[in-house]
Write a protein that binds this ligand. Structure first.
Ligand code: NAP
Length: 303
């Protein structure tokens, strides 16, 4: 089975329907060769889009990825590379930061992107996201920085992450290009975007949202909370009805069934789990199955 591609927006990036996120790359203990093998398998499966951020792995993941890419530069144009900026961590790799904070100033955005490009050994990002809403964001200044990155060719498309609809609207109002996605936390364990207007906005604007921690960051499998246990039991049952699907496949199919074209970002470096995720692509849950999982998550029937 092959993962299809979709456009995040009518004038937006074409990416794979499942994305691989490399937040945990530094924990995967992969050599550059391992990482290249991993990427080739992902590409064979149709997963072509990789989600980075400047801060992943305490500012090390882009560099690890870039080292591998440098060994096989031909891979670059077969991938869509996403990265993010706007969070400043207290880190031995950024000794000038005194407190964790956000920075969407022009100077920080431009510096961060130049650094991402250098670390990744590429001369463009397919998509740049502002990682978190910044209460001090000057929308004119931030928009101007994003436009200048597009004009210089360093960034093809721009978007946001963890923005409320009104934060999205504010920034969008100052840009002459669309914000092509809002990357948000959505999963069977995290239902807020279904209720707080975020997914409504995505459908209204016809932008595909990207789902981070689509399996609850692994909490679904640890089942240390009653909610996760209830959901897991429900996923098992629905998986049996669907001919023996795994719990992770049903949890992903639950997101993929939603009409907003949610794009799950897989957080595993385990190829068996990636392969299983690909098996969820064509699975459509019935309304009743979908709502059984919803009710298992909330712990109650819908009103
Ligand atoms: P996730 O897929 O929900 O969680 C990944 C974790 O779940 C890993 O520890 C993985 O362990 C475990 N896991 C996955 N499948 C499993 C299975 N079948 N059985 C048991 N354990 C399983 O996603 P995530 O890593 O939290 O987030 C995904 C991506 O979203 C990140 O890489 C990053 O790119 C992005 N992200 C964005 C933001 C943002 O603010 N924009 C925030 C967080 C994350 P193994 O590694 O052992 O498989």
């Amino acid at each position: 089975m092959q993962v299809p591609s979709l456009s995040l927006h009518a004038q937006g990036l074409r990416c794979s329907r499942l994305v691989v996120g490399v937040w945990r790359l530094a924990e995967w203990q992969m050599t550059s060769e391992d990482l290249l093998d991993f990427l080739h398998t992902c590409l064979d499966l149709g997963i072509t889009t990789i989600d980075h951020a400047d801060i992943y792995g305490d500012y090390t993941c882009e560099g690890l990825f870039g080292e591998a890419l440098q060994k096989e530069p031909g891979l670059r144009d077969r991938l869509q590379l996403i990265s993010k900026c706007g969070i400043k961590l207290v880190s031995s790799n950024r000794s000038q930061h005194q407190i964790k904070h956000y920075d969407t100033s022009r100077a920080h955005i431009l510096t961060s992107v130049n650094n991402s490009l250098q670390q990744l050994h590429t001369d463009y990002l397919d998509l740049l996201l502002l990682h978190r809403p910044d209460p001090l964001m000057d929308a004119d200044e931030t928009a101007e920085a994003l436009m200048s990155l597009i004009q210089s060719g360093k960034v093809r498309y721009v978007g946001v992450s963890n923005f409320t609809p009104s934060q999205y609207d504010l920034l969008a109002s100052r840009l002459s290009v669309p914000l092509v996605t809002n990357q948000i936390e959505i999963s069977v364990l995290h239902l807020d975007p279904f209720l707080d207007g975020t997914l409504d906005q995505c459908q209204r604007l016809r932008i595909a949202p990207m789902a981070w921690s689509p399996l609850g960051g692994g909490a679904l499998f640890q089942r240390s909370e009653a909610q996760a246990q209830r959901i897991y039991t429900s996923l098992t049952k629905v998986g049996q009805e669907l001919g023996g699907l795994r719990e992770d496949q049903v949890a992903l199919a639950w997101l993929l069934t939603h009409p907003a074209n949610i794009v799950p970002i897989l957080g595993t470096g385990n190829l068996d789990r990636i392969q299983a995720a690909v098996g969820a692509i064509d699975v459509k849950l019935t309304r009743e199955q979908w709502f059984r999982i919803w009710s298992a998550s909330t712990g109650t029937d819908v009103p």
